[in-house]
Design a protein around this ligand. Structure first.
Ligand SMILES: Cc1cc2nc3c(=O)[nH]c(=O)nc-3n(C[C@H](O)[C@H](O)[C@H](O)COP(=O)(O)OP(=O)(O)OC[C@H]3O[C@@H](n4cnc5c(N)ncnc54)[C@H](O)[C@@H]3O)c2cc1C
Length: 504
């Protein structure tokens, strides 16, 4: 049997990578593993984003790991506390020494004959190659070194400063400034109230409205449960309360989506009616709830600054930037000192690396999703990606547990290769339909892996369903092909263009 450096290589030391490593070290203690991280610190998203007010927009009782209670009182948490939580997890579980920082994986190549991955990493000491039987991809879903920013006409004319939230300058002081925040997502609704605390005026400029809803930053019942039942028990109860409430609401709203829309917009009305002119125009989206991530604002902080008038919504199209600020197509001029482009993320697949299976390039746009954690005909690779309609970590926890069961199953059976094998018939039922319509998804639609028509080539975005299939379902349910290294031949539908991944 060909030797390998590691049993498992994990790519990424963010919330997912550290969580997965914890499962691996507890459930499969004999497995030799390392985490390869491109940056110089762990924490991923929660280390990268440093803009004022950065926080979660889902509650930490479900965004925390199932195994590590969230002990703070705030459930909508400040970003730095999430980073500390990830660091604590790594320290407490002996994971920190396993991380190899400044190791950017640029290529992953699977060889069925040797049943191993060979990863090429760029490091300060030069290019390194590491081998492993199994690859756990916890590399997130967007580019860290690049944020999405459309080109605005007249940008060069603007005399003030421009900032992208992904690269927030530490020394920026908003005090006394007039600021335009361009965007309508979670980042914009976080920045607007935070900047408005000291700025003279903040304009939130959006092309179209988003659903925004207020929640208490503290989960009072959850905190009570944690006080009454200290340790894991209270946290687990608090967590299940949120999970069940979320599942119930989603079911109820799926049956009456118009009612959900009315309820969400009505909630905004309660906050703004009589104080903010034309509030309906700014807060009535032209899509259905949950087709894009819902913007959750803690304790109505965003609505408060709109009521006070320190912030103002501007809905419409930007004609161009001017030396003084922004000119809208309706003729309105916003005179500002700073423009913040909260215009989004650039989606990325496979952590930006080139992937090759038995000499064939893997094109993400030509993959079928296998149950939301593997890709068609890509052996021994599990990816960790969360929900778009619930907390990220709920899914990651489930997949990590399943991954450990899979490793044990393979050891028991004495097999080294596992493939979710898809045929031309499966690709014929490939669906390009997209239920999630956020701009950052639509921009790269052609590069997104696709859903098939039915199980297992789907990802349901449903925690209860995943729990049933991943936690309690058999590991070998007939949908995976186990072997000791059968060569993988992609069907024609899966073959990348001649220039492989470069086609992107
Ligand atoms: C501003 C913001 C707020 C969010 N808020 C929430 C929220 O409230 N609730 C929620 O559920 N989700 C939220 N999300 C989604 C969020 O990304 C996840 O919650 C979670 O943090 C993702 O963790 P991750 O470890 O999977 O990925 P990331 O945090 O993206 O970390 C990936 C890690 O992999 C490393 N990496 C990537 N490619 C390579 C490579 N080729 N080689 C080596 N290392 C690599 C990166 O450097 C990084 O450290 C938010 C996202 C953003 C951007």
């Amino acid at each position: 049997m060909t030797e390998v450096d590691f049993d498992v290589l994990i790519i990424g030391a963010g919330l997912s990578g550290i969580g997965v490593a914890r499962y691996l070290s507890k459930r499969c203690p004999s497995k030799r593993y390392a985490i390869l991280e491109a940056r110089e610190r762990m924490g991923g998203t929660w280390d990268l984003f440093r803009y004022p007010g950065i926080r979660s927009d889902s509650d930490m009782h479900t965004m925390g790991y199932s195994f590590k209670p969230w002990r703070h009182t705030k459930a909508i948490s400040d970003g730095h506390l999430i980073r500390e939580y990830v660091e604590e997890t790594a320290e407490e579980n002996g994971i920190a020494p396993k991380i190899r920082y400044r190791h950017k994986v640029t290529r992953a190549e699977w060889d069925s004959t040797a049943t191993r991955w060979t990863l090429t990493c760029e490091t300060p000491e030069g290019t390194q190659r590491l081998t492993a039987r199994m690859l756990f991809l916890a590399a997130g879903y967007y580019k860290f070194h690049e944020g999405y920013r459309p080109d605005f006409p007249g940008e060069k004319d603007f005399r003030g400063g421009m900032i992208h939230p992904q690269f927030w300058p530490e020394d920026y002081d908003p005090a006394g400034k007039r600021i335009a925040v361009i965007g309508s997502g979670a980042t914009a609704v976080t920045l607007t109230p935070t900047l408005a605390q000291s700025a003279t005026k903040v304009y939130q400029v959006q092309r179209s409205p988003t659903y925004v809803t207020s929640r208490p930053s503290e989960d009072r019942i959850g905190n009570l449960l944690k006080r009454v039942f200290p340790g894991r028990a209270g946290y687990t109860l608090a967590r299940w309360r949120i999970i069940l409430r979320g599942a119930m609401l989603r079911r109820k709203f799926a049956k009456d989506i118009k009612g959900a829309k009315r309820l969400l917009i009505g909630g905004v009305g309660q906050q703004l009616q009589g104080c903010v002119p034309e509030w309906e125009r700014h807060f009535t989206p032209d899509y259905w709830p949950w087709q894009q991530r819902l913007c959750l604002v803690p304790d109505g902080d965003f609505f408060a600054v709109l009521r006070e008038g320190t912030a103002e919504m501007v809905t419409g199209h930007i004609e161009r930037f001017t030396p003084e600020g922004v000119l809208m197509t309706d003729g309105r001029r916003l005179e500002v000192d700073t423009i913040v482009t909260a215009t989004g993320l650039v989606l990325d697949y496979f952590g930006g690396m080139e992937m090759v299976v038995d000499g064939q390039h893997v094109d993400p746009g030509k993959q079928l999703i296998f149950k939301g954690f593997m890709y068609s005909n890509v052996p021994n690779m599990i990816y960790f990606r969360g929900y778009t309609n619930a907390s990220w970590t709920l899914k990651v926890d489930l997949v990590a547990e399943y991954a450990c069961r899979l490793l044990k199953h393979m050891d028991r059976k004495g097999v080294r290769q596992v493939v979710p094998a898809a045929t031309s018939a499966d690709f014929a039922k490939m669906s390009d339909s997209i239920a999630f319509t956020s701009g950052y998804f639509l921009r790269v639609r052609h590069r997104l892996p696709k859903h098939g028509e039915d199980f297992p080539w789907i990802h349901k975005q449903d925690y209860m369903w995943d729990r049933k299939t991943l936690k309690r379902g058999a590991v070998d349910d007939g949908t995976l092909v186990f072997s000791n290294g059968e060569p993988v031949i992609f069907p024609p539908e899966q073959q990348a263009d001649a220039d492989g991944i470069a086609a992107e």
